[in-house]
Design a protein around this ligand. Structure first.
Ligand SMILES: [Fe+2]
Length: 258
């Protein structure tokens, strides 16, 4: 879910993770304190969620952990398919920039129990807490904020429909579509009217924690596909080039319209 907050400057207010049903929030709060954080237990603004734990990371990102009940996620995801607009299936991942990326990565890996599934040079680190190749991508840059947020489409064919919908709305696709290497998802990027970069993706690798490797959806070049450090020039499995370098956190100079 996305919560839009009115602000003078675009940015990422907070990123919320859903805790496993049955997680004792007071025990988890103790774990966070042990890890050096000062978690605050609060009532939640999100529908269906009573309480959340909030922490501030060393680089100033706010992370929230939602107390959930069995079946709540299924209830949220059962809203049905919309016929209007691009109509993505779900919010799949966020990519955030951080000046203290190593600390943020260590927190996700060592305190939250995420798995690192791939890297792009020493710039981007992909992590997951479920079977998606990544639910978060932490980008090592001086600024802190949102690099992009990503919505999942049904399949590659949905990308063509989405591109047409965006074109009809006067929004150009800035990068892609192509198939990424890290995650092997078909991906394309555009800006929303507030200049937040949005990725639309499909066919992402499925991560199997027990195997420490990914299953293809539908293919990838290495078997088994273990976590790999890809080069900065290896963002496109199709080998195509685009007019700005996504790997370096670059964005085009201005959001152009047709
Ligand atoms: Fe992404």
């Amino acid at each position: 879910e996305i919560l839009v907050v009115k602000s003078e400057t675009p940015g990422l207010v907070s990123l919320a993770y859903e805790l496993n049903p049955g997680t004792d929030v007071t025990v988890f709060a103790g774990d966070l304190r042990t890890a050096g954080f000062n978690p605050k237990l609060k009532s939640s603004p999100y529908p269906g969620i009573a309480r959340l734990l909030a922490i501030e990371t060393p680089c100033g990102h706010r992370l929230e952990f939602l107390e959930t009940e069995e079946g709540l996620a299924a209830a949220f995801s059962g809203a049905g398919r919309r016929e209007a607009g691009v109509a993505p299936i779900r919010l799949g991942h966020a990519a955030i920039t951080s000046s203290k990326a190593a600390e943020l990565i260590a927190f996700h890996r060592d305190v939250l129990g995420f798995w690192e599934t791939d890297w792009i040079g020493d710039v981007a680190t992909f992590l997951t807490c479920n079977c998606d190749h990544h639910v978060i991508n932490i980008v090592n840059t001086p600024a802190h904020g949102a690099h992009h947020i990503a919505f999942q489409l049904r399949d590659a064919g949905h990308h063509a429909q989405a591109g047409d919908r965006l074109r009809a709305a006067g929004i150009r696709t800035e990068w892609g579509p192509t198939r990424h290497t890290a995650g092997h998802n078909i991906a394309a990027y555009h800006f929303d009217p507030d200049r937040t970069m949005i990725e639309l993706y499909a066919e992402m690798d499925v991560f199997i924690p027990e195997a420490g490797a990914c299953q293809p959806r539908p293919w990838h070049e290495h078997v088994p596909m273990k976590p790999k450090r890809w080069g900065l020039d290896e963002l496109s499995a199709w080998g195509v080039d685009f007019r700005f370098d996504l790997a370096k956190g670059e964005q085009p100079p201005r959001a152009t319209r047709f």
